[in-house]
Design a protein around this ligand. Structure first.
Ligand SMILES: [Zn+2]
Length: 335
């Protein structure tokens, strides 16, 4: 049984293709961070090597080894704290792909953060994608398919994973992760539909705490001058050199915050993400023009795109700091 929560269309497609022996040799799973892409990829790897009746059964030795990342034929390749996924990793995939499966029936390679493949690595991967050996499956995971080179993208079947409905996450947290109803209600909303984040936050209280600290920094920055803003941009760009994902998460948080302001301006406050800061959001929404909020959300999205395309991080983050909209009538946030 597939263990993925939600994403019914993608699961049904993979299940039918698996049962009829028509799985593609290469998939690209696209979706926001923590939405369930890796869970689905590992579930597919389990199905491809499962020894049970209802594949993926989740119980057989093979399924359990895949879940524990211990299966010899299932490899997960990611950034591992580096700036990009280099060609050595992809050459290794090319070599391993030509060997027979060691303990299962299929070799599965999962490339997590495929948008971070170096250009040499992406071109090297093309060779495997063009002539995939039998019993080899590649699953590319990305938050932004536009950052993959077109020749790689066109050789993969795309599955898009969208944020889950908030009540579905709330229910799952209570029923499967023993969260209290209050905790589940808050974390489900803060997750913006990304179950992985909600589960991690329910198990590790430092995650929501860090989120709260980042939001406080955001609010502080909007009230500060150019020197402090540039110092913040400098800190973020240094962090980017070590951990791209962490900076992407900070900017995603900024997008959610400014979207909440937009929702309040539009009278749709029922849909805001940051329900634990509703009163601050209301006072902040009063401080800005609608056009300023809309424009800044666009700037944030362009910044994330530029960072994904290897623009100079310090430069684009400094420009972003200058683009923070001015407050109307000199109103200042209470925080
Ligand atoms: Zn199994």
């Amino acid at each position: 049984m597939w263990q993925v929560i939600g994403h019914e269309t993608s699961v049904a497609l993979l299940d039918n293709s698996h049962k009829s022996g028509k799985l593609s040799h290469a998939y690209v799973f696209v979706g926001p961070p923590h939405v369930g892409k890796m869970t689905l990829a590992l579930n597919l790897a389990q199905a491809l090597n499962c020894d049970g009746d209802k594949q993926p059964c989740g119980d057989c030795a093979s399924c359990q080894r895949v879940a524990g990342l211990k299966h010899a034929d299932v490899q997960v390749i990611g950034l591992d704290g580096k700036y990009e996924i280099g060609i050595d990793h992809i050459r290794e995939i090319g070599r391993s792909a030509n060997l027979k499966p060691f303990e299962g029936r299929n070799r599965v390679f999962i490339i997590d953060g495929a948008e971070h493949l170096s250009s040499e690595a992406a071109n090297c991967l093309l060779k495997t994608l063009e002539e995939p050996p039998p019993n080899v499956h590649l699953i590319l995971i990305t938050t932004d398919e536009r950052l993959l080179i077109p020749t790689v993208r066109s050789r993969c079947q795309k599955l898009e994973l969208r944020p889950l409905p908030i009540p579905m996450i709330e229910r799952a947290l209570v029923e499967q992760w023993a969260a209290t109803p209050e905790q589940a209600r808050l974390l489900a909303r803060l997750s913006a539909g990304c179950l992985g984040w909600a589960v991690s936050a329910s198990l590790d209280e430092s995650i929501p705490k860090e989120r709260a600290e980042q939001l406080s920094s955001l609010l502080q920055i909007t009230n500060q001058g150019r020197v402090e803003r540039f110092a913040y941009a400098s800190r973020l760009s240094s962090q980017f050199a070590k951990n791209r994902g962490a900076v992407r998460d900070v900017l995603s948080l900024w997008v959610e915050w400014w979207r909440d302001l937009l929702l309040i301006k539009g009278g749709c406050s029922d849909f805001i993400t940051n329900i634990d800061r509703e009163s601050t959001l209301y006072s902040e929404a009063e401080s800005y023009h609608l056009t300023g909020i809309k424009g800044f959300i666009k700037n944030l999205q362009q910044t994330m795109e530029a960072l994904g395309q290897n623009a100079n991080p310090r430069l684009v983050l400094e420009v972003l700091m200058l683009d923070i909209p001015k407050r109307e009538g000199g109103l200042v946030s209470k925080t």
